[in-house]
Design a protein around this ligand. Structure first.
Ligand SMILES: Cc1cc2nc3c(=O)[nH]c(=O)nc-3n(C[C@H](O)[C@H](O)[C@H](O)COP(=O)(O)OP(=O)(O)OC[C@H]3O[C@@H](n4cnc5c(N)ncnc54)[C@H](O)[C@@H]3O)c2cc1C
Length: 508
């Protein structure tokens, strides 16, 4: 019988480390082995990473987390999508929602084709009117919907939360389930001379922590995956030139919006992520086009509340570790690569890495077939996300600064070029199982940034025009009704936090 992995060591206690610890503690447990997490307060964490995408709901469900408690504990708000401002050109705006575009129409082709035909017949070209999340975001409303709600469309969502309280929340969750946290700075590692497997890491105080399997969550430095295995790095900065971010929280100026805002700037873009207690802001930029000082200054000028700290500068290179899993070491989080936060995908990539590890969980002697499978699947996912992010820069009418002219003129990966051609031809992008971003996402972004498909699928012409008009009116009515049923976002958050408010009142 193959021997089971008993002792797991997680190197790093940022979002990646604590997400890994929580999931392993919940699914594998600590009854038959140990899970140890080592982190260094002296080194610290990246500490940003506040906007997410809907699959995080499944992660919470796997952990068995009560969502209201989660919202209370992490100062979270709800996110229906991203409001993109000035991306197509200054003064433009579009919404990338987490939902479905329209509704299924019997006939063999997707709603988009019918909608494109309807627009040609004189319908409203604002596609967000056929997306429940976009309409709810516009009305600043939010509520949880259920499949039992009859004919009305669902509202898909994710969270915006405080990265520091999220890690702290997962830490409490993990420690309650037997994960052992060790404070200390790792200064070395020991590898088996024959197999090359890591056997232990050593700490600056001389302690040695041994394990069967090591999860490298050490951040950009990739302490083990690069240090022990020289896994290599695919540098994608020619496609994604942004390499810096200035981040600063500010006071909340209004009720939190149920969406993140991304505003294109002269040399990158600025995020605005509303939380319950503050607003997170950052300017993601390329230092060849604007200096760190200038970017920080511009960020401070463009806040909608008083800054709560000095801007923090983060430096990165877009790309992916060539191998995310080598021998008995798996890189999760920033140690496995980084794609800028434009579509809030990093936490999702952490989640996917953890879920794939659990799916392919090896024995102590690791069959390379599992490693190859993992690396292949993660490569595909990274490339898919990469292409989606590049598309935002490439498909723009902006040419007002050297940064935007570079983006407009840059070469793009063949995989993206093929997608853009198909979309220009007839609004499709060819969804492949395993893709993270749906056809609705691609449509929202590419159409929002100015590609107007030349045609649609001819099958959409088979429906008589009056029937098409009736169907579109019915779908639109259902979306309006759905939004009318929702409370305001602020009221909904209040209801999630009601037990905290009651506890505070009782304590006073
Ligand atoms: C500007 C920016 C904005 C972002 N925004 C988003 C977003 O909106 N949404 C999203 O999903 N993601 C976002 N991310 C990504 C997100 O922040 C990261 O994916 C997430 O924080 C995971 O980081 P990590 O845990 O991999 O690394 P880190 O946070 O860097 O943690 C590394 C850990 O390793 C430990 N460590 C390192 N070296 C040693 C050592 N020698 N000994 C002991 N311990 C060590 C550190 O102490 C720390 O605990 C953003 C990232 C950046 C840079």
């Amino acid at each position: 019988m193959a021997e089971a992995i008993r002792d797991i060591v997680i190197v790093g206690g940022g979002t990646a480390g604590w997400m890994a610890a929580a999931a392993l503690a919940k699914v594998i447990g600590t009854a038959k082995g140990s899970i140890t997490l080592i982190e260094s307060e002296e080194i610290g964490t990246v500490g940003v990473g506040e906007a997410t995408i809907p699959p995080i709901i499944q992660f919470n469900q796997i952990l068995g987390i009560d969502e209201d408690e989660f919202v209370r504990e992490t100062n979270a708000t709800f996110k229906l999508g991203i409001d993109f401002v000035d991306w197509r050109k200054p003064g433009s705006r579009y919404f990338h929602p987490f939902g479905l575009f329209g509704a299924a129409i019997k006939g063999g082709v997707t709603f988009m084709n019918y909608w494109l035909r309807w627009v040609q017949l004189g319908g409203d070209p604002d596609c967000s009117r056929f997306i429940a999340e976009a309409e709810a975001a516009n009305a600043r409303k939010f509520g949880r919907t259920s499949p039992k709600d009859g004919q009305l469309p669902r509202v898909n969502y994710a969270f915006q939360f405080d990265a520091a309280t999220y890690a702290a929340y997962l830490r409490r969750f993990s420690e309650r389930r037997g994960v052992v946290r060790r404070e200390g700075r790792i200064v070395g590692f020991e590898q088996n001379a024959e197999s090359g497997y890591i056997e232990a890491v050593t700490l600056s105080d001389g302690a040695r922590v041994a394990g069967d399997f090591f999860i490298d969550c050490s951040g950009f430095r990739g302490l083990l995956i690069e240090g022990a295995f020289a896994a290599g790095f695919d540098d994608w900065s020619h496609w994604l030139p942004n390499n810096r971010a200035a981040a600063v929280p500010c006071e909340r100026a209004e009720d939190p919006t149920p969406y993140t805002r991304s505003t294109a700037r002269e040399a990158g873009w600025q995020w605005r992520i509303p939380l319950q207690h503050r607003t997170g802001n950052g300017y993601v930029f390329c230092d060849s086009y604007i200096s760190e000082d200038e970017a920080a200054r511009r960020l401070l000028e463009r806040l909608d509340g008083q800054p709560l700290a000095d801007p923090k500068i983060l430096r990165f290179t877009a790309g992916k570790r060539r191998l995310g899993w080598v021998k008995n070491c798996l890189a999760v989080g920033l140690s496995s690569g980084f794609l800028e936060p434009l579509e809030s995908t990093s936490i999702h990539l952490i989640q996917t890495a953890i879920m794939k590890l659990l799916e392919l969980f090896p024995h102590r002697e690791i069959n390379p077939v599992l490693i190859d499978q993992y690396n292949r699947e993660m490569d595909k996912l990274y490339e898919h996300v990469r292409d989606f992010i590049i598309a935002h820069y490439k498909v723009t009418e902006r040419d007002d600064t050297p940064f935007w002219r570079y983006c407009r003129d840059m070469e793009i990966p063949d995989s993206l070029a093929a997608k853009l051609s198909l979309f220009e031809e007839r609004g499709e992008t060819h969804f492949v199982p395993g893709d993270l971003f749906s056809e609705t996402s691609w449509f929202a972004v590419l159409y929002g940034q100015g590609i107007n498909p030349m045609s649609y699928h001819p099958i959409a012409d088979a429906m008589p025009e009056d029937e098409l008009q009736l169907k579109m009116a019915k779908i639109r009515r259902a979306i309006k009704q759905r939004v009318e049923t929702l409370p305001s976002h602020a009221e909904f958050i209040e209801s999630c936090c009601a037990s905290r408010t009651a506890a505070l009142a009782a304590a006073n």
